[in-house]
Design a protein around this ligand. Structure first.
Ligand SMILES: Cc1cc2nc3c(=O)[nH]c(=O)nc-3n(C[C@H](O)[C@H](O)[C@H](O)COP(=O)(O)OP(=O)(O)OC[C@H]3O[C@@H](n4cnc5c(N)ncnc54)[C@H](O)[C@@H]3O)c2cc1C
Length: 402
């Protein structure tokens, strides 16, 4: 089949890869001068296969009053009164109940396991340079009660085939002595030795170069899709600023722009932006080697070769992609408090912001859209780097088998 993929982020690039591997003739269209520039550019860098908890869950529900009053430092919700935002928020809150979150978690763990295997398959075929780290991930818990709660969750993850170790404080320090300089107290952590890290933007660009050279994917950059093109109820191509391109199928992998493009054919996608921030600085000797998540602060750290990246915050505050100065200042202060000697924060790159394309349940939309000829790989929220390879492989199998 001749297939057009809209979007050159990590989801579009991996979609194009697995579709080309399945023998399809693939064109990828990206509005920026190169791929990996959207939310894939500066994300937290964690391939956190064993930690795919959806944002909506009982913890968030318990904090909801404080969040609405603006008293939670990690999550910010500014109520918006459009029909889309209200119905999305209602569905998101409904997901906060335990059984729904557990069902979503189980689906995400399945996809994450597929993704880990698919990434290994890809890296055995292609030499991609993306500051790949394979030192595992440690989730820190501030007190014994929350660490014990995480122990129960660890059982669910082991049942999905993940290796998980619950470590007390001393074993965390033995695993990564850099934690001796950590600015917050912690009782222990949950360690996932098979989790990985890497620069998602670099990976995306390296993968696009690889599929162009080796698999014949046509990559059109600086090319903006205006709308989907339908004929007799079937999506048959795309309209660009400079013409039209026809195809047997179109894959919508346009990150946070997917709902706008879907709306051009009257299709509603339940995706809203959840903004997050990151900061990247030259690592020092006291930087952590393992990837870290601090559950209390809701911040992640990943070592990207000689750099340390920190990412935080989940702000449901509208469609503007701009960096809000108060959030940039808060992130700079937080990283200096938590790892004062971990990086040369004075030489950090400017604080970056990206919009997670989030569905209410945290499950991405993968596969048929309900409109003949249009397939989705969108709505990957805070996990798109982790889930990309598995989602792309699933999508290619769905399209290939009709
Ligand atoms: C602060 C933060 C930290 C994160 N940390 C992690 C993490 O540690 N691990 C993890 O797994 N995930 C993480 N994520 C989530 C992850 O970054 C996203 O889920 C993932 O990058 C989504 O990729 P995407 O390809 O769908 O979107 P994008 O990367 O935004 O790609 C979409 C592409 O489509 C293009 N496009 C859009 N509209 C058009 C158009 N009309 N015509 C042509 N091209 C178009 C855009 O230019 C863009 O390049 C984080 C996100 C944030 C914000």
């Amino acid at each position: 089949m001749r297939i057009i993929v809209i979007g050159g982020g990590v989801i579009g690039a991996t979609s194009a890869t697995w579709l080309a591997k399945a023998g399809h003739s693939v064109e990828l269209v990206e509005q920026e001068p190169e791929g990996g520039q959207g939310v894939s550019a500066g994300n937290g860098g964690q391939l956190s296969y064993a930690y795919v908890e959806p944002l909506a869950g009982p913890d968030l529900w318990a904090k909801f009053p404080a969040i609405l009053l603006g008293l939670d430092s990690a999550v910010r919700i500014r109520p918006r009164f459009s029909r889309d935002a209200l119905s999305w928020t209602a569905a998101f809150l409904a997901q906060c109940f335990g059984p729904r979150q557990r069902a979503a978690l189980s689906d995400l763990l399945h996809l994450a396991a597929e993704s880990r295997a698919a990434m290994a398959e890809l890296l055995a075929e292609a030499a991609l340079d993306f500051d790949h780290g394979q030192r595992g991930k440690l989730i820190l818990y501030r007190d014994q009660r929350s660490l014990d709660g995480a122990g129960a969750l660890a059982e669910i993850k082991r049942a999905h085939g993940f290796k998980i170790e619950v470590l007390d404080r001393a074993r965390c320090l033995a695993l990564d002595p850099a934690l001796g300089g950590y600015g917050n107290d912690f009782a222990g952590g949950v360690y996932a030795p098979q989790d990985e890290s890497g620069d998602c933007g670099k990976f995306t660009r390296a993968l696009l170069a690889h599929v162009k050279d080796r698999l014949g994917v046509e990559v059109h950059t600086s090319t903006r899709v205006l709308r989907l093109n339908a004929s007799n109820g079937r999506i048959c191509g795309i309209d660009l600023t400079n013409g039209t391109r026809m195809a047997d199928a179109v894959v919508l992998a346009a990150g946070i722009d997917a709902p706008r493009l879907a709306a051009t054919i009257g299709l509603d996608l339940p995706i809203q932006p959840v903004k997050g921030y990151s900061i990247t600085a030259p690592a020092r000797a006291a930087a952590p080697q393992v990837s870290l998540t601090d559950r209390g602060e809701k911040i992640v750290f990943a070592r990207l070769a000689d750099r340390l990246r920190a990412a935080a915050f989940a702000d449901l505050d509208g469609w503007s992609p701009a960096v809000k100065p108060d959030r940039a200042v808060a992130l700079q202060a937080l990283v200096r408090k938590l790892f004062p000697d971990g990086a040369d924060w004075d030489r950090a790159a400017p604080v970056w912001a990206g919009q997670r394309p989030m569905t209410p349940s945290g499950r991405p939309l993968i596969g048929a859209s309900g409109r003949p000829g249009l397939y989705l790989n969108a709505g990957h929220g805070g996990l798109g780097w982790t889930l990309a390879c598995g989602a792309a492989k699933r999508l290619a199998a769905m399209i290939s088998t009709g």
